[in-house]
Design a protein around this ligand. Sequence first.
Ligand code: INI
Length: 175
Amino acid sequence: MAWIHEGRLDGEGLRLAIVVSRFNSFITQRLLDGALDCLERHGVETDEISIFWVPGAWEIPPLAIRVADTGEFDCVICLGAGIRGETPHFEYVSSESAKGVAQAAMLSDVPVIYGIITADTVDQAVARAGTKSGNKGFDAAMTALEMTSLYEAVADMEEIGVMAEMAPEAAAEEE
Ligand code: INI
């Protein structure tokens, strides 16, 4: 039979960071509200959440990786909003912030979650910030809980694996 590993949605005892951008703040504030609602409903203490505001989505990845590298947090959630304008600026900002968050996630020891929405219109952005299409900040926070618990599960497996090589009985007790 296969071993199934799934993340839990239990936020008790977790310390979380949220990096959120001010650009399009009428949307990003809603994403932040959604994320906080999710975390608090799942048992994360308010004073275990740190919020870092940055100017725009471009600035999210460089700060996110530094926040992750402090070792102070179990997970970093990135929230932002790109809305297409009349110039190509949006394309550069959106694609680089997506790549940057992906890079931060690959390089960090803790999960770095991508909660930056990209929309062609203000209506599309509004729909993803708590109206017709739900709240992508809430969804990002759910993903954060799930991934944090999976990272912990894998870290526990590594620890038990090392113990098993040294002393099989001690590893069995730990399990
Ligand atoms: N920043 C955003 O967060 N969303 C956008 O839609 C956006 N557009 O389209 O311009 C945007 N630009 C600002 C950018 O993130 C930087 O803050 C700025 O370029 C300074 O580095």
